[in-house]
Write a protein that binds this ligand. Structure first.
Ligand code: NAP
Length: 244
């Protein structure tokens, strides 16, 4: 049975992707930075109820060393890694004039370096397998920019460049790499926004609703599927029609 590894999957979009890929028949390697995140929900049990195997791998994906150890452990446990979803991400918002170096560097490490770390180590396994799917979580902030998110939008734009580079480097080995760019999706990350910010966002969305985590999981499922075998280096916006 094929295996999918989803980073930052204790909650939010990552948990929804893990549940969807489990329903698609993948064994699931969950990851998050601490056990605490998994104590708040029963995601691993809900995945096992779908008849697949599931294991939790605690690791800070921004650490090159921890990422390498974790990828090795996932491969040992499941035998292969067929789908990697680089989902872990954080925000540390602030207007440029007030943004600290720490705010900038932390977001770059978690959102951007993690994609380098995980794609490098999983990519080398996929190259030996001569197959694999890498799916990265970008954001509309990386395409259009967003006030208060110089750090975050920089990382999400970088992920788009990384996606196209990985697609070009690994395509000849049967590996695809694509990105999804969510708009405003209802998760703990976006719960932090003020009502004023939420109202402003809603005004820009053609469909006049915020997205659900399942809206993202469905597109990731497609990109992992046989139907998407000839799709690579693409960025699919999932935003209900934002800034069209
Ligand atoms: P979320 O609810 O905050 O979940 C992110 C998960 O990543 C959390 O469980 C978090 O753990 C984990 N994480 C943070 N740092 C980590 C690290 N260093 N190593 C491993 N795991 C780590 O976020 P979300 O809204 O589901 O977002 C998921 C992805 O979609 C992110 O890349 C985000 O940028 C992107 N995205 C989201 C939206 C949106 O509207 N929600 C829009 C565009 C793009 P802790 O809980 O312990 O911090």
């Amino acid at each position: 049975m094929a295996t999918a590894l989803i980073t930052g999957s204790a909650r939010g979009i990552g948990a929804a992707i893990a549940l969807r890929l489990a329903a698609d028949g993948y064994n699931i390697a969950l990851n998050d930075i601490s056990e605490k995140s998994f104590e708040e929900n029963d995601i691993a049990d809900r995945i096992r109820e779908k008849g697949v195997e599931c294991e939790i791998f605690i690791c800070d994906v921004s650490s090159h060393e921890q990422a390498e150890k974790t990828v090795k452990a996932v491969k040992e446990r499941f035998g292969s890694i067929d789908v990697l979803v680089n989902n872990a991400g954080i925000t540390r918002d602030g207007l440029l004039a007030r943004m600290s170096e720490e705010q900038y560097d932390t977001v770059v490490a978690v959102n951007q370096k993690s994609v380098f770390n995980m794609s490098k180590f999983v990519g080398s396994i996929m190259m030996r397998q001569r197959s694999g799917r890498i799916i990265n979580l970008a954001s509309v902030a990386g395409i259009y920019g967003n006030p208060g998110q110089m750090n975050y939008s920089a990382t999400k734009a970088a992920i788009i460049g990384m996606t196209k580079t990985v697609a070009k480097e690994l395509g000849s080995r049967g590996i695809t790499c694509n990105a999804v760019a969510p708009g405003f999706i209802k998760t703990p990350m976006t719960d932090k926004l003020t009502d004023e910010q939420k109202a402003a966002m809603l005004g820009q969305i053609a469909m006049k609703r915020f997205g659900e985590v399942e809206d993202i999981a469905g597109v990731v499922s497609f990109l992992a599927s046989k139907d998407a075998a000839y799709v690579t280096g693409q960025v699919i916006e999932i935003s209900g029609g934002i800034m069209m």
